[in-house]
Write a protein that binds this ligand. Sequence first.
Ligand code: PMT
Length: 219
Amino acid sequence: FTPKRLAGRKVVLTAGPTFEAVDPVRAITNTSSGKMGYALATACARAGAEVVLVSGPVALAAPAGVLRVDVRSALEMRAAVFDALPAADVFIGVAAVADYRPLQPAEHKIKKSGDTMRIELTPNPDILAEVASRPDAPFCVGFAAESRDLDAYAEGKRKNKKLPMLVGNLVADGMGGDDNTIALYDERGRHPLPRAAKSMLAQEIVEHLANLLAPAGRE
Ligand code: PMT
């Protein structure tokens, strides 16, 4: 691992799930553990970057040398990202952000009844798409977690959100565990990596993005 490839760079990352309140004790969420995002934050810090990690609720300790900002919902995550964004060189969206939130969370705990229940959902803002479409956008790296047709969906997301780089994984490979199988997508195509620990893959991702960031580092 080439050290200090990101010296002098500021990196903002999102990690973990978001919690979208249904009532004071219930939420819509997903099973992201935060491990991939925390591994990447660690790798960025080890590569010399100033790192701000905007994290949904996870059971992980903040990596050494990383400023962690805790959030719950997608709206809180968006606000924390935009607070951290000034002077950022790189933004990496690893979080599994809930695409929808309950339109009107109940103020008090919803009581059980024998009836069926409907929860009306409204779309959350797409944080990565918003960051990437800014005129002063940092270098943006997206993630795509898919349950099938990974290559087509991943490359579609990269192009739709106008991202120079995206990391694709299957939910069954990457969500929750310590290992992952990923492919990197950029303007030059698809670069699959062998299955490995998330800590190792994080270093490969940092190498790849450092090569794309610095014109002098391009092959
Ligand atoms: O946390 P782990 O257990 O280690 O699992 C890792 C992971 C599977 C969560 C991770 O590797 C991963 O794939 N993260 C992205 C999951 C995801 O929600 O992907 P998506 O295809 O729904 O979103 C595409 C991209 O847009 C992502 O970079 C996401 O952070 C971003 N996004 C999505 C929706 C939204 N409202 N705002 C966003 O910023």
